[in-house]
Design a protein around this ligand. Structure first.
Ligand SMILES: Cc1ncc(COP(=O)(O)O)c(C=O)c1O
Length: 411
């Protein structure tokens, strides 16, 4: 069995004795044949299932697990996830339709995000899902939509807390934010709910994402619950769901350590017990995106050309920034770093040259690997980008320069 670099091996892939990457036991070449062309994304059911099983075991039935559809809305993958999670969180009318199409009951779907249009609010009310309300203005528009539809809206208030998630790659709570209602404004809005055509379900607090520090997650989750309990004393009826977000990160870059799940899960179980004691009507929920699917996905493209420019080796591939903006370093990275990359048909061969892997776009931003030590690769070889199951296909400018879209496969 050929050896994979440690940070890749951790995600559960292996390779054949001939050095071909195996994904869920299938050789990469067979997957390329199934896709019919390159580039393609492949998402492994087995790796998603293993991740969910480990979370479920750690949470011991005490905490509900929601999936944030934005991480990867590929319908076959979404259907696979919907059968295993307690809820789906959507961020647009389009995602709402995808979530409803999985057959999950509407009561287990929630919709968060600033700038929901009147049409989206009406569709959400008509479907009977929970709307995580982001502002006083949105609450007014929601109430008007509920009035004209003649049915109450199920509403949770998304709270912008008065603290930040330390260590998060992307902060979405604390300070001045477009997301959620400032905690200090919430009591007054709760007091007004009784006169509106809404059914209050609880609170949603999402502080940030891509956090690999267990201690900081534990701290922010404890503070989120504390805040929800404090606000619940102002609610017109006892909440039934307290969603304290997630933010569980995955290791993308050399030196990143996987999140230590046990302390985070133990603390969540303790918080669930606290909640059960203080608000027996309410369940505790977390919502995770990349942690469920990020490590289960690969992006695969083919080397079209190998060239040496003034001593520097370039592999020019048929994939790039237009398919995988995040791996190019242009989706939220401050200093560009390489995602884990392999030549998928040369696993185990010695890295022998410093190689830069680029795409076909006429921009220096179109990089998949910058000056990475790789085995010598040739046209026809397959470049594999790991940690690509979240914020890949759907988070990329697919139409830029008019190249074909990548194929997606659930394997
Ligand atoms: C409200 C909300 N929930 C969930 C997520 C998913 O985050 P992640 O994929 O890092 O788990 C995000 C990410 O931006 C979000 O804004």
């Amino acid at each position: 069995m050929a050896t994979l670099p440690l940070h890749v091996a951790l995600t559960g892939y292996s390779a054949s004795p001939q050095g071909e990457l195996l994904v869920a036991g299938q050789p990469l070449g067979a997957l390329a044949a199934e896709a019919g062309r390159t580039p393609f994304y492949a998402y492994s059911r087995a790796l998603v299932d293993a991740r969910i099983a480990s979370l479920r075991a750690a949470l011991a039935g005490q905490v509900d697990l929601h999936y944030a559809v934005k991480a990867n809305p590929y319908p076959p993958l979404l259907a696979h996830l919907a059968a295993q999670v307690d809820g789906l969180d959507v961020a647009s009318g389009g995602e709402l339709q995808l979530a409803l199409a999985t057959g999950l009951p509407a009561t287990r779907i929630s919709f968060a995000g600033p700038g929901k249009t009147d049409a989206e609010l009406a569709a959400a009310i008509a479907a009977g899902i929970t709307i995580n309300c982001e502002s006083a203005g949105e609450l007014q528009r929601l109430a008007a939509a509920a009035d004209s539809l003649g049915r109450p809206a199920r509403v949770a208030l998304r709270v912008n807390p008065d603290f930040e998630l330390r260590g998060a790659g992307m902060k979405m709570g604390g300070g001045a934010r477009p997301f959620g209602i400032d905690a200090e404004q919430v009591p007054a809005l709760l007091a007004g709910l009784a006169s509106l055509p809404v059914e209050f379900t609880g609170f949603h607090i999402f502080c940030g994402s891509q956090n690999l520090h267990a201690g900081r997650l534990v701290e922010s989750q404890a503070r989120s619950l504390e805040l929800a309990l404090r606000l619940a004393t102002h609610a017109p009826v006892p909440p039934t769901l307290i969603n304290i977000g997630g933010g569980f990160g995955i290791p993308y870059f050399p030196g990143d350590k996987p999140l230590a799940l046990e302390p985070v899960a133990d603390s969540l179980c303790t918080l669930a017990a606290t909640l059960a004691g203080k608000l027996p009507s309410a369940r505790l929920a977390i919502e995770l995106g990349r942690y469920l699917v990020g490590e289960a996905g690969l992006y695969v493209c083919r080397v079209i050309d190998r060239k040496v420019s003034r001593g520097r080796v370039f592999l020019v591939t048929d994939g790039g920034l237009h398919h995988h903006l995040a791996a190019s370093g242009n989706f939220g990275q401050v200093l560009r770093r390489n995602y884990p990359v392999l030549i998928g048909n040369r696993v185990g061969q010695q890295p022998e040259e410093e190689t830069t892997v680029v795409g076909p776009l006429c921009t220096p931003l179109d990089l998949l690997a910058d000056r990475m030590m790789l085995p010598r690769a040739e046209p026809g070889d397959l470049v594999v980008v790991f940690q690509s199951g979240a914020y890949g296909f759907s988070a990329s400018p697919l139409r830029f320069l008019g190249h074909p879209e990548p194929v997606e496969l659930l394997v």
